[in-house]
Write a protein that binds this ligand. Structure first.
Ligand code: BG6
Ligand code: MG
Length: 216
């Protein structure tokens, strides 16, 4: 029987990818770099600074800025991203998420968040689901990002669950790889991409039943 749930945030709990995309696209445009939705897929699950590095490399400007200048650029992107989140509310939870969290609470299955986003606590608060999570891993404490398993191992331990007894939920390939490397059962959430290595893939949380999942 599985004993804990570890959730990615962006693309699993809520669809913030579209806001990240707008903010990165606008910042990239000011640098003379054009990014499209296909390129944006490669930024999913990747930290803010690593995303900026990828965009600069894509535009052949990897050596054009100092570390301080890059920090300013990343801050500028985040300022616009946070503005785009101003109206975020419970209505922005992805289908089935609230019901799934309620079921987990009823079954006393602890939940934690393994997201690369430094905005995760604020976003969960706006979505009205902060109370369902025993812990949110602080990405500042990580030495490596996804696909490294570090964030998932920390998230499991933070709620007193061994990784082998946990189930991880992810929408990005790097995340599925991290969950599997942590020794967890991986649930992939995507209606469009095939998530290689996922133990189970569904289009949305509406297809999942907590009792069935933990007892398989
Ligand atoms: C991940 C997103 O969850 O968080 C990435 O998938 C994003 O696109 C990363 O870059 C970092 O987010 P933030 O909010 O700290 O800039
Ligand atoms: Mg994600």
């Amino acid at each position: 029987m599985k004993k804990g749930f570890i959730f990615d945030l962006d693309g699993v709990i809520t669809d913030t990818a579209k806001f990240h995309y707008i903010a990165w696209k606008n910042l990239a445009a000011t640098l003379g770099i054009t990014i499209d939705e296909t390129f944006n897929e490669t930024l999913k699950g990747i930290s803010r600074m690593d995303s900026l590095d990828k965009i600069l490399a894509y535009g052949h400007k990897e050596n054009a800025f100092t570390t301080t200048e890059k920090e300013t650029l990343a801050q500028k992107k985040n300022d616009e991203y946070v503005k785009l989140l101003a109206d975020l509310s419970e209505a922005d939870l992805l289908p089935g998420v609230h019901d799934f969290l309620v079921q987990a609470k009823e079954q006393t299955i602890p939940c934690s968040i393994a997201s690369a986003s430094k905005n995760a606590p604020m976003i969960l608060d706006k979505l009205g689901v902060l109370e369902f999570f025993g812990h949110i891993v602080d990405p500042e404490t990580l030495t490596k990002g996804k696909p490294d398993p570090e964030i998932f191992i920390k998230a499991a331990k933070s709620i007193g669950v061994e990784p082998k007894d946990a189930i991880g939920f992810e929408d990005a390939q790097a995340g599925i790889e991290g969950i599997k490397a942590a020794g967890m059962y991986a649930v992939g959430l995507s209606a469009t991409e095939t998530l290689i290595g996922a133990d189970l893939q569904v289009a949305s949380m509406t297809e999942l039943d907590v009792e069935q999942l933990i007892n398989q």
